[in-house]
Design a protein around this ligand. Sequence first.
Ligand SMILES: [Zn+2]
Length: 338
Amino acid sequence: MVERGTENPCVGGSTPPLGTNKEKNSKQKVFIAVDIGGTKTEVAIGEERVEKFKVIPTPAEFENFLSSLFLLIERVGKGKKIKAIGISAPGPLDPVKGLIFPSPNLKWKEAKIKEVLEKRFTLPVFLENDANLAGLGECFQGAGKGADSVFYITVSTGIGGAFILQGKIYQGASFDAGEIGHTVVLDNGPRCNCGRKGCLEALSSGTAIAKRAKRGLKRYPHSLIWQLVENRKELVDAQVVVKAVRAGDEFACKIWEESCRFLALGVANMISLLNPQKVIIGGGISKAGEILFRPLRKMVKEIGWKRAVRYCRIEKAKLRNPAIVGALVYAKSKLSSS
Ligand SMILES: [Zn+2]
């Protein structure tokens, strides 16, 4: 089911940014966007473009989180006529009931975020998962602008994804569509957070890259990685591997190429299935830039089904925080369709 709205934010350009005299008055009608992350939470205000934002740490207790969030929303929204609140959170979650379920990122016990915020602010609150909203944000204001079908992939500590079709998030029967991180790309491969083996997330995420580097490092005593972490193997992370790849380190390049190949497998399969116009890759690992995108495009071309690959562009995400933009866009479109 494609989630319905009244407008298509991707196709047909964008809405003008805020800034007319009328909009600048103190009673401007705007939306609040909240992006809840495992370690920090960002709250922003705007119509479709972020006007201002603030960041707070995400406390481990839901009750403590709520009291900081209430204060921040009040501060950010002061003097403004807020129409609705859009919330981005790591999954699993139920966007209809507005529940966030416990996960490795957020250990809160079934957080009733929608109900609590609606009660506190007497405003409509719309919840969606962070990858879906990041995809929507990129589609609306970032690298996906103008495309009819976009698959967004975030590669950071985990791997998430979203399929945005004609400006709407494709949610799926249980709101789990787009989870490319949990497609199996290696039979009987390493164990994934989801409990299965060989998921893309267990092979190409930042966490997986660091794990493989740590495990294999002993066999490469002259690897630059040892120098970069001053011989403290526990400090190896994906960014260290990226640095060593840039310097041409043999071991780092081997790890990196493996991880690019698994990502290419996942992307190529998805392109055959969905035939999107664009694949946009964001998240911390995408910041590696051309050392990721050059081999990835080449491998997808080699592995993928030529008919579909020929019509698909693989691009780097553009926005600083696409999920916050997506949360604004989502709140606006849900409000106008409800
Ligand atoms: Zn998995």
